[in-house]
Design a protein around this ligand. Structure first.
Ligand code: BEZ
Length: 252
């Protein structure tokens, strides 16, 4: 299925093969959530359900949502209560003790609407615990892609699909919408990946969606060439310049 506003076309098998580090590195965010027996937790961007399963092991009950049909199908196979749903279209009202999200909110450009919907989903004193890309996240990768687009007028405009906020800006947004921010931190986390071509194939599909197959091949090849001198060494392999924004806020 093609990407639309309400679904995306992420392939769960390709994601699992090249991006399984995303859930593995999300465990500290589960620790920050500190899920308790009998709590109702909404997970935004559940992917294949790996972290929701960990949260349920601790006794909470998870409603898991994601934009990808394929990912939701994988989550359901794990026995989760999973749904295809956009964060900008959440219609829950005071239903959850906690809202949790790992490595997803940087895909939502309308961050204010996302925060409002999260706030409305929570019961009073409910907590919002999340981690996603913050200021400076994958900057080298974005700049390399931008450079390749600039070389090829025929590709059209480079359209950055991500929102990587500053700590201060996101704190202000949360407070504006009624949250008390207990913790917020920007954390540089250089992250080993298997090969930048695979990363681009999984995560830059939207950016390359209007390119022909030949142009897409060229785009990935040229981006890889630029990045080789910046984020690759023979000793350590490919290290992506991830920067996480980690947050815990409470509905007052
Ligand atoms: C991230 O988790 O920071 C991320 C993943 C894919 C594309 C951009 C950012």
């Amino acid at each position: 299925m093609k990407k639309t506003e309400e679904t995306n076309d992420w392939n769960a098998d390709r994601y699992n093969k090249h991006a399984d580090f995303v859930s593995a590195l999300g465990m500290p965010v589960v620790d920050l959530l500190d899920p308790r027996e009998g709590e109702r937790v909404l997970e935004l961007g559940c992917g294949d359900g790996t972290l929701a399963v960990e949260i349920e092991k601790l006794g909470s009950c998870v409603v898991a949502v994601d934009l990808s049909d394929d990912m939701v199908a994988k989550s359901k196979q794990k026995g989760l209560d999973a749904h295809v749903m956009n964060v900008t279209a959440l219609a829950f009202v005071e239903e959850f003790d906690a809202v949790f999200s790992n490595a997803m909110l940087h895909w939502v450009k309308d961050s204010r609407l996302a925060v409002q919907n999260i706030y409305n989903s929570l019961q009073s004193n409910g907590r919002f615990v999340a981690e996603f890309g913050g200021e400076g996240n994958v900057e080298q990768i974005v700049e390399a892609m931008r450079e390749v687009f600039a070389r090829h007028e025929e590709y059209g405009e480079f359209d950055n699909p991500w929102f990587f906020p500053r700590e201060s800006g996101y704190k202000e947004l949360l407070e504006d919408e009624g949250f008390v921010v207990e913790y917020i931190e920007l954390i540089p986390r250089p992250t080993p990946i298997d090969d930048i071509s695979n990363w681009l194939n999984v995560f830059a599909n939207g950016i390359a969606q209007n390119l022909t197959p030949e142009q897409k091949y060229e785009f990935i090849h040229e981006t890889r060439e630029i990045l080789k001198s910046k984020i690759y060494t023979s000793k350590d392999g490919w290290i992506a310049d991830y920067v996480r924004l980690r947050v815990k806020a409470v509905k007052s």
